[in-house]
Design a protein. Structure first.
Length: 169
């Protein structure tokens, strides 16, 4: 992937060759470079039956080491492309900033961050939320790419309001 990007030159020129980049960059915090790296790493949107599998492919799911009744929490597997994983974490940082526009992703990340508040304050707590947010972002990016949908930042919030209105009626 990196060689392909260096051989072709300017990121903007490469992005024009991939129409799905425009769909992915509609997500706040995702730029052309991240979207291009994601698309070139995944290669084919139909590669995965389920968008949730993308997080595992990129190594953003906890490892498993079960024995008898114990199921200890493990670190992420770190399989897949390291650079794309790093870029998605940086995008998660951007989405969770205080002055970032409101979106379902931001609300989900803030909810996860609040869940961590009751636990002892550790630097790793914030990092866990960022990696979880990056995994969620990869799932959303794949879903948008696979379906060709236009990203709506408050899609789930609007659906909840419509459901409440229907129940009230």
């Amino acid at each position: 992937m990196t060689v392909a990007m260096h051989n072709l030159g300017n990121i903007g020129q490469i992005a024009k060759k991939h129409p799905e980049i425009e769909l992915l960059t509609a997500i706040y915090g995702v730029g052309e470079l991240t979207a291009l790296a994601f698309v070139l790493t995944i290669e084919d949107a139909d590669r995965f039956n389920n968008s949730r599998d993308v997080g595992a492919y990129l190594g953003m799911v906890p490892g498993q080491k079960q024995s008898g009744g114990s199921d200890p929490q493990q670190r992420i597997t770190k399989e897949g492309d390291r650079m794309v994983r790093w870029m998605l974490v940086q995008c998660a940082h951007c989405i969770l900033r205080k002055n970032a526009p409101d979106s379902d992703l931001k609300r989900w990340g803030e909810k996860k961050r609040i869940e961590q508040v009751g636990k002892p304050v550790k630097k790793s707590s914030k990092k866990k939320v960022l990696v979880a947010m990056a995994r969620k972002l990869s799932v959303v990016m794949h879903k948008i790419w696979a379906n060709g949908e236009v990203y709506d930042p408050l899609y789930n919030a609007k659906r909840r309001v419509q459901a409440q209105e229907q129940q009230a009626a």
